[in-house]
Design a protein. Structure first.
Length: 318
């Protein structure tokens, strides 16, 4: 028996979520007294996973898997899980992971717990803590099937070094064509992506127009952060739809989320509620966001943000 984790990568490099999944998988493997096996697809240096506890790494190199396809990836993970007699399979809860995990669970006739935030509180019965009600509550879920698929919520368990002497093994998986083909994939380059960012600077209609986004990008650059926006902003075409965060956009689970000129509609709050520290800057002291924020500044963004940038630059220089 073993625990199998899928360590996702982009352009051959592991995402932070992949390292968190391996860290989590190591903890579960220790609880069960079994080995941890990691599966990679087209990763450049899979040996990096030894640092986080992967004792064996199965590497798949296949050009037909260069673009994510949920059904095809699920097929590869299923074959690896079967080969390794894995009783627990761990995948991240990214957008791709949420497509992928249910298919793996169906293939393996396994129970599936998405948005898991902690190591099992019990292995008999197998019980995990999960986010519920748009991150407003938690539930303790028992998975009673012989095989279990866990979707780990981003930035919930953390990345923990646990250096082991691992081994690499090339895995020749059969790729079963899904019948779905991607014509093109557009990726943001040269910027911190929302998915990998520890800090996100987001803005809304309070910025009054796309011509005022320069100070948002400058603040993000000073903080090493990703830029994001509310749904109305992307709908108006002020910013790309790829920057839209919230329940109907990209979910955010950053360490720091700064909302500037965003009132805090319930759909937006539901999508960013998993962020650990939330800061809001708004002229309206009655804006709903203030009730959800850890820190709030009542003020004009066009006055507050330039001063904040100035102070941060001085702090970094010192």
């Amino acid at each position: 028996m073993s625990v199998l984790v899928f360590a996702d990568s982009t352009d051959g490099k592991f995402k932070k979520t992949a390292l968190e999944v391996v860290s989590y998988g190591k903890k579960v493997a220790e609880q069960l007294g079994v080995k941890l096996v990691a599966l990679t697809i087209n990763a450049s240096d899979a040996s990096e996973l030894y640092t986080y506890g992967a004792e064996r790494v199965l590497t798949v190199s296949n050009d037909s898997l260069s673009t994510f396809n949920a059904k095809e990836y699920a097929g590869v993970i299923t074959q690896a899980a079967t080969k390794e007699s894995a009783t627990v399979i761990v995948v991240d809860s990214s957008i791709d992971g949420l497509y992928l995990s249910p298919l793996v669970a169906i293939n393996l006739e396994a129970g599936y717990a998405s948005n898991t935030v902690a190591a099992p509180s019990s292995t008999s019965p197998f019980t995990v803590k999960r986010k519920a009600f748009s991150n407003k509550a938690f539930s303790n879920t028992v998975i009673s099937t012989d095989k279990k698929v866990i979707g780990l919520a981003k930035n919930s368990f953390g990345i923990h070094e646990n250096v082991v002497s691992g081994s690499l093994e090339s895995f020749e998986a059969e790729v079963i064509a899904s019948g779905v083909k991607s014509e093109s994939v557009e990726r943001v380059t040269g910027k911190v992506t929302i998915a990998d960012a520890d800090t996100v600077v987001s803005a809304g209609r309070g910025l009054k127009g796309p011509e005022n986004w320069g100070m948002i990008e400058e603040l993000a650059a000073v903080l090493g952060a990703a830029t994001a926006c509310s749904k109305p902003v992307s709908d108006l075409g002020w910013r790309p739809h790829g920057e839209h965060v919230g329940q109907t956009g990209k979910p955010v689970a950053s360490n720091l989320y700064i909302a500037i000129g965003i009132s805090g509609a319930i759909q937006h709050l539901a999508g960013i509620n998993a962020s650990k520290v939330k800061v809001v800057i708004n002229t309206d002291p009655e804006a709903p966001f203030f009730k959800a924020a850890d820190y709030g500044v009542v003020g004009d963004a066009f006055e507050v943000v330039p001063k904040l940038i100035e102070k941060l630059k001085a702090f970094k220089a010192a």
